[in-house]
Design a protein around this ligand. Structure first.
Ligand code: FNR
Length: 371
C-alpha cells in the first residue's frame, strides 16, 4: 500500500510482515521464550489513563524538548537495533537521514550493518547521535570503540546491561537451519562477529558476561561522554547508577528479547521515580539524572504517559525497522510524521501546551500495579 494509507505505527508492522524476507521478519519481530514480556510492553500502556485539563489555551502547542542537553523535536529517539540491512539495503542510513529531517536523535548500535563512520558521516552538521555499546571481553577493543566515538562527536554512550547472554528468540533460531538463503549479513562483519550461526547467536559471542558495577570507574576514565545504562529493571539498580554519578538509565527489557517476564519499562518507571524521590530527594524529569523508557511504544499517547510519569524521553525500536524495511528512508520519515501529528492532536486534547505541562496529575497510573 502507498505510504499515505499507513495511518499509524501498527500499520507499518502489518505491511512489513507481508513484504519482508522471512529471515529479517523473524529477527526483527521475535522476542524471548513465550514473548510474554514483548506483549506486556505495549499492553502496560493500556493501563494508564489520562486526566485531561479543559479550558486551556492550546492554540499553539510545542512538544519539543531536550535530551541530555540536546534539542529534539519530540520526546522520542530512534533506539539502537542491530542489523538494519536485513530489512533494507541502506541499513541504518535510513534512520540517520530520517532523523535528520525531523530533528530526532539516533542511537547507533554497536552491531549496525553500516559501519559506524558511515553513519556519522551521513549526519547533517549539528545532528545529534548517541552510541549504544555492547561491551566486549577485549577491553582494548571497547576502549577503541568508545574513544573513536567521542572523537567523532557522539554525544552520549548507552551501555547495554541486560544482555550478558542473548535471550532465546525461537522464531529467529529456526531461521538458522535455512543455510541456503543468501543473507544480507556477511559471515564475519568488520566488527569481527561470526554470523554463521543465526543473527542472535552471532551477537552473543561479542558480549562480555563478566561486565559488572566495578567496571564503571574504568568507563568514566576512558571517556567524557555522559554514560547511561540501557536495560535497568529495578529501582535498586537505578539508584546505584545515580550514586555512581551516571547521567541516566534506560528502563528497558530490550523489547522483550532478553528475560521473558521482565516488567514493562513504564511499570518500572513508577517505582524508580518513587524510590529515588524518597531516598535521594530527586524529582523527575531531572536534568542531572535522566530516565528513559523503551519497549512497546507505538503512539504519541504512550510517550505522553511516560513523560507524565517522569521520563525525559522514550526510545522506539521495531516500528522504525518495519518502516524502513517496507519503505526505506521515506518510511522512517513518515513514521516520524505520524508521531508528530499524534503529538499535536493529543497535547491539545489533554490540555498541555508544552512538554513541561505534562505532569503526573495528567495521568491515572493506579492500574499499573507499580508502587
Ligand atoms: C534490539 N534492541 C537492541 N538493544 C541494544 O542495546 N543493542 C542492540 O543491538 C539491539 N538490537 C535490537 C535488534 C532488534 C531487531 C530489536 C527489535 C531490538 C533493543 C532495542 O534497543 C529496544 O530496547 C527495543 O527495541 C524497544 O522495544 P520496541 O520499540 O522494539 O518495542
Amino acid at each position: 500500500p502507498p505510504l499515505s494509507e499507513v495511518l499509524n505505527l501498527h500499520d507499518f508492522e502489518a505491511v512489513a510482515k507481508l513484504v519482508m524476507p522471512e529471515k529479517a521478519w523473524a529477527y526483527y519481530s521475535s522476542a524471548a521464550d513465550d514473548e510474554i514480556t514483548n506483549r506486556e510492553n505495549h499492553a502496560a500502556y493500556h493501563r494508564v489513563w489520562f486526566r485531561p485539563r479543559v479550558m486551556i489555551d492550546v492554540t499553539t502547542v510545542d512538544w519539543s524538548t531536550t535530551v541530555l542537553g540536546h534539542r529534539t523535536s519530540m520526546p522520542i529517539y530512534i533506539t539502537a537495533t542491530a542489523l538494519g540491512k536485513l530489512g533494507h539495503p541502506d541499513g541504518e542510513l535510513n534512520f540517520t537521514r530520517g532523523a535528520a529531517k525531523h530533528n530526532i536523535i539516533q542511537m547507533i548500535p554497536t552491531l549496525a550493518s553500516c559501519s559506524f563512520d558511515e553513519l556519522v558521516d551521513a549526519a547533517q552538521p549539528g545532528q545529534v547521535q548517541f552510541l549504544q555499546l555492547y561491551v566486549n571481553k577485549d577491553r582494548d577493543m571497547t576502549k577503541r570503540i568508545v574513544q573513536h566515538a567521542e572523537k567523532r562527536g557522539i554525544k552520549a554512550l548507552f551501555i547495554t546491561v541486560d544482555a550478558p547472554q542473548l535471550g532465546r528468540r525461537e522464531k529467529d533460531m529456526r531461521q538458522k537451519f535455512d543455510a541456503e538463503d543468501p543473507s544480507e549479513v556477511k559471515k564475519t562483519g568488520s566488527d569481527g562477529v561470526d554470523r554463521s550461526q543465526g543473527a542472535a547467536r552471532a551477537i552473543s559471542s561479542f558480549i562480555d558476561p563478566g561486565l559488572q558495577w566495578s567496571d564503571i570507574p574504568w568507563f568514566k576514565g576512558i571517556t567524557n561522554m555522559p554514560l547511561i545504562l540501557k536495560g535497568v529493571q529495578r529501582w535498586e539498580d537505578a539508584l546505584k547508577a545515580y550514586d555512581l554519578g551516571l547521567a541516566g538509565v534506560v528502563l528497558s527489557n530490550h523489547g522483550g528479547r532478553q528475560l521473558d517476564f521482565a516488567r514493562s519499562g513504564i511499570e518500572v518507571l513508577v517505582e524508580v521515580v518513587n524510590q529515588l524521590g524518597k531516598r535521594r530527594g530527586l524529582k523527575f524529569p531531572n536534568e542531572k539524572f535522566q530516565l528513559f523508557v523503551d519497549g512497546g511504544v507505538r503512539r504519541a499517547t504512550d510517550v505522553i504517559k511516560a513523560v507524565a510519569l517522569g521520563a525525559t524521553a522514550v526510545g522506539i525500536g521495531r516500528p522504525f525497522l518495519y518502516a524502513h524495511s517496507a519503505y526505506g528512508q521515506e518510511g522512517v520519515e513518515h513514521a516520524l510524521q505520524v508521531l508528530r501529528d499524534e503529538f499535536e492532536m493529543n497535547m491539545r486534547l489533554i490540555g498541555a501546551p508544552t512538554i513541561k505541562d505534562i505532569v503526573p496529575d495528567m495521568v491515572d497510573a493506579s492500574h499499573l500495579g507499580a508502587h
